[in-house]
Design a protein around this ligand. Sequence first.
Ligand SMILES: CC(C)(COP(=O)(O)OP(=O)(O)OC[C@H]1O[C@@H](n2cnc3c(N)ncnc32)[C@H](O)[C@@H]1OP(=O)(O)O)[C@@H](O)C(=O)NCCC(=O)NCCS
Length: 339
Amino acid sequence: MTNRIYLNGFGYYAPAEILTNSDLQKLVDTNEEWIVSRTGIVERHMAAPGETNSDMAVHAAYMALEAAGLEPSELTAILYATATPDSLVPSTAATVQMKLGIHRVMAMDINAACSGFIYGLQVAQGLLAADPGHNILLLATELLTGKVNWQDRATCVLFGDGSGAVVMSAEKRAPQQPALFSNDVLLEGVMSSADGTSGGEALRMTDGESNGRRYRVGDKIGDDYFIRMNGREIYKHAVRNMPEICNKLMDSLGYTIRDIDALIPHQANIRIVEAVGERLNMPPEKVFINIQKYGNTSCASIPMALCEALEQNFIRPGMRVLITAFGGGFTWGAAVLKF
Ligand SMILES: CC(C)(COP(=O)(O)OP(=O)(O)OC[C@H]1O[C@@H](n2cnc3c(N)ncnc32)[C@H](O)[C@@H]1OP(=O)(O)O)[C@@H](O)C(=O)NCCC(=O)NCCS
């Protein structure tokens, strides 16, 4: 059993096409002021026609592998967090395995909505505890613009596409002179939780079957195919559960918020991010925000934010970083990373 788990390399990808708030104004009855004041979002990236979830992930994967100094052939497992898979079967993890040109290693999808990256860290922790020989590629990727109802102004302004990746192992792998995304980051602790009772109706996205509805060949896609959301309900639970699990995790590690140098919450909405920071008594200047550029990219938001925080020198070697997520299900979680 290993007791040290490292994130050896990071990568991210955002598709080239950008959808601004004024572009959305042409689609639905909305305006810049409403979107920015309620969500903090200025623009979001959108996958090109024909560009798939796994296509995006491959870009992030190669970046993380290069940072970790690992060839795809050295991987032993691919964990793929997503709620918008290329297909239910095969898993998107299996598709990525093929696209990376490797064979015969474990590959599976994890659906924990926006908390998928944290859940993935926890699954990876379990795999590495059982077998420290693993080299794990954890991907977190969403193509949400394909599941958005472009007639629903309450949801279509919120979401964007993107991908984040980390390579994990029980070994230090970074080169002598660590590059930007290769840092040998220690996973000090991770916790995940869920509550289907309160979460079941607040955020739904189905793929053909919902509450007993069965699609038959030739049926038209129903509205239930698209994201449906009760924003206020999500807000209420998000600002309660993220601080709660962060405090529980910090307690278990013997830390207080004063031991944490930076907080990176899931970029769901600027008001949620700020409220989580306030409830944890984290000074605002230590809370990383990049929702203005990407919107809510669900499980991809934290690994993408980690990469941008490194690029901007917001995170530096030696810092202890608290990440936390909340999403559909409901699911939520937190992890502490020592850079
Ligand atoms: C979605 C969210 C920004 C909405 O903010 P809100 O203050 O709760 O707004 P409401 O839904 O109550 O709507 C307020 C008004 O704005 C209107 N509105 C909704 N979307 C709008 C838009 N894009 N542009 C303009 N007006 C809009 C509503 O129709 C409503 O109008 P009414 O008062 O005339 O009925 C907020 O609830 C939120 O961030 N929730 C969390 C969502 C989330 O993070 N989801 C992902 C899960 S990780």
